[in-house]
Design a protein around this ligand. Structure first.
Ligand SMILES: [Zn+2]
Length: 685
């Protein structure tokens, strides 16, 4: 344990932590036992001090555009808070109480699963707990974190003993690198929220151990493909300690890793990947995690081709596997453009996390546009509205969720039902990070001592600006269901600092009003800086030009968009319990109304959208806050094939069926839906 770190890092915790640290250093107190000194437990749970210090990339690392704020700086408000509370009251707040893979986990000393599932769960539970300041969830998280810290071995190893635990028993050192990468992400978030001085020494000791072991136990399989997730933690630690050996470790990890940049420069997976071609490079979740790899590595390499590699990556993924939700298809492996192929929930949350990192490192507003698109569409759609059940695979055109072998690349018959662990339990443990990490990345610090709103949702941020002045900014909005956002700035004293606001690329213009003075931003798709002196109560209002837009997808099919939201035709649904006990049962969702419609008229940008109140469950068919009327005709030949909508008819579709009024709602509000429509251009012939 290094005194230097003990004395340096927790300075931002203020006096009480400083005193505690000195006591610790003198050996007068032991922090972190199950029987902790009361002030230590209190300091980490209820009586948290404002945590506002930001760490920028330290030389020789490349300069990151924005710095994420410490966990706990951003609090959800409005519908986002209600959504996090739904999550806390659902599986995320209770899974560890009954699911054997968590209840008996080797990561808390149990005899059960000892690989990735415990760390996955914590990776979402920690930001959920500290974003909501929920003592019950914080206590749950602390149980796991304390076990990990207290059971670090003398040589530096962490986690369960080798050879213990069912499923994917960890037999050799190389098997531990991947789950430990997740636990490092957990620990960094936890340290930011609490300042717990045990975390940094643990990380130093573990990473020094890994450095020694990597020659004899190199990265392989999952760790070889997901190595960028560890680089994040290595950079995090380097920025706090300046220990140059950490950069040596980063280079060693890189040297043993799969080269994602080369993979996308010579991309071999240009269609649905069939069995004989499937491997860890075609694996959908690995590809979602790879979205950040080159950006993360650029921080160390400084090579401009690493910084720019994300454009080639997205060029390939969008061209061959892109879906209207903003995330690629993968029903285990990359699955092509057909909207009936699946997208795994792990892929959704990992793509979001990758984009949150990419935005911070690169400062590219288009990546934040994509982050919102995935968050507001793909994420909520794949959960039951109470978040007690989820799918493994969602489909953009999803007309029946049932136990049936669908046309997946590799997944099983349960993959699109809503349940506890349909198909496989990875998503059951990994899904928790989606909403909480989106919340903790809404705002970031700017290099000029200001704050940037990189993604929008009702929230409140507290941070230090302009060399140390406390400021809180309240963001009141029902975005993305409404077009206006109101920010109220509350600095401790009048202070000049830049406030950076993202102007979404989908808007043709944005109206910006500061203290009653209006400006029109003509060219969105950028970050807009307002550098002025702010006084308490100053108000900024943003109104986006949010109009209906049509985009074209598979077979020239039509998707309808409003701002970051995608719209779908909801299909009448009957929920049928398959197995399990409520509230965490497995459910099929069967259609009760027709779904095989072609659009008669393509909506125009001026089409009006009906606004409904934003209630307690906005991401549900009955709670949908927006409705869009269109006209369509049924297409009798377009029928179910193996439980999915049959091949999307090519345009124009000829149908003599009568014209019908249809009501579309946001994709994220639906369970059964058609999203990509054919066009009935000659419907009356
Ligand atoms: Zn999964």
């Amino acid at each position: 344990m290094s005194a230097r770190y003990l004395l340096r890092d927790p300075i931002r915790r203020g006096t009480s932590y400083g005193v505690l640290i000195i006591l610790l250093f003198l050996g007068l107190a032991t922090f972190g036992g199950r029987r902790q000194p009361p002030q230590a437990a209190e300091g980490a749970t209820t009586a948290r001090l404002p945590v506002t210090r930001v760490y920028w990339n330290k030389a020789p690392l490349s300069a990151n555009a924005y710095a994420p704020l410490p966990l706990g700086s951003i609090k959800p408000r409005g519908w986002l808070r209600r959504q996090l509370q739904i999550q806390a009251n659902g599986l995320s707040g209770h899974l560890d109480e009954f699911w054997p893979d968590l209840r008996d986990s080797g990561w808390i000393g149990g005899p059960g699963e000892s690989w990735e599932r415990g760390p996955y769960y914590l990776d979402g539970l920690v930001p959920l707990a500290y974003s909501l300041d929920d003592p019950r969830l914080i206590a749950k998280a602390r149980k796991w974190i304390d076990w990990t810290i207290q059971h670090q071995r003398a040589d530096g190893r962490i986690g369960a003993e080798l050879g213990r635990g069912d499923y994917r028993t960890i037999r050799q050192e190389s098997d531990t690198w991947w789950p430990n990468m997740i636990m490092l992400k957990v620990l960094t978030q936890y340290q930011e929220a609490t300042g717990d001085p045990r975390v940094i020494p643990l990380m130093e000791k573990y990473l020094a151990y890994q450095m020694k072991m990597l020659d004899q136990a190199p990265l392989r399989e999952w760790a070889e493909h997901r190595w960028a997730d560890e680089i994040l933690s290595v950079v995090w630690l380097y920025n706090r300690t300046g220990n140059a050996r950490l950069l040596d470790l980063a280079r060693k990890l890189h040297a043993q890793s799969f080269d994602w940049k080369a993979n996308f420069a010579d991309f071999k997976y240009n269609q649905k990947v069939m069995k004989e071609d499937q491997n860890l490079h075609s694996h959908g979740v690995n590809n979602a995690m790879a979205i950040k790899t080159s950006s993360v590595w650029w921080q160390i390499s400084g090579d401009p081709s690493d910084r720019d590699a994300i454009h080639q990556l997205y060029g390939q993924l969008d061209r061959y596997h892109g879906q209207a939700t903003g995330v690629h298809s993968c029903d285990e492996h990359l699955a092509g453009l057909d909207p009936t192929q699946g997208t795994e929930l792990c892929t959704v949350v990992e793509a979001m996390f990758s984009l949150e990192q990419d935005v911070a490192i690169l400062g590219d507003p288009a990546l934040a546009d994509r982050l919102e698109r995935i968050t507001f569409n793909a994420l909520p759609a794949t959960f039951k509205k109470d978040m007690w059940a989820h799918q493994y695979d969602q489909q953009v055109n999803q007309v029946m969720c049932s136990v049936l072998q669908r046309n997946w690349t590799d997944n099983g018959p349960e993959s699109n039902i809503f349940g506890l662990e349909p198909n496989f339990g990875c998503c059951t443990s990994n899904m928790h990070q989606g909403w909480p990490k989106f919340t903790s990345h809404l705002w970031m610090a700017t290099r000029e001592g200001g704050l940037a709103a990189v993604a929008y949702a009702p929230s409140q941020v507290s941070a230090k600006v302009a060399n140390g002045v406390d400021v809180t900014i309240v963001e009141d909005t029902d975005y993305p269901f409404r077009d206006t956002i109101r920010f109220t700035v509350h600095p401790a004293k009048p202070v000049k600092f830049p406030l950076v606001l993202r102007m979404p690329g989908w808007a043709d213009w944005v109206r910006l009003t500061i203290q009653g003075q209006t400006d029109i931003i003509e060219k969105p798709g950028s970050f807009h800086t307002i550098d002025r002196e702010w006084k308490s109560g100053d108000v900024i209002e943003l109104t986006f030009q949010m109009r209906v837009k049509v985009t074209r997808w598979f077979n020239d099919g039509i998707a309808i968009n409003l701002g970051p939201l995608l719209f779908s035709l909801p299909i009448g649904e009957q929920w049928k319990k398959v197995k399990g006990d409520e509230p965490h049962a497995d459910w099929e969702v069967l259609p009760t109304t027709s779904w095989n419609y072609a659009l008669e008229q393509i909506p125009t940008p001026d089409q009006s959208v009906e606004e409904r109140p934003i209630g307690d469950s906005p991401f549900s068919p009955e709670g949908a806050p927006l409705r869009l009327k269109v006209k369509g005709r049924r297409v009798p030949g377009w029928e179910l094939v193996a439980g999915s909508a049959g091949p999307l008819p090519r345009n124009p579709v000829i149908t003599k069926e009568p014209e019908e009024d249809l009501t579309l709602i946001p994709y994220g509000c639906t369970n059964l839906r058609v999203t990509i429509f054919p066009h009935a251009a000659t419907g009356t012939r």
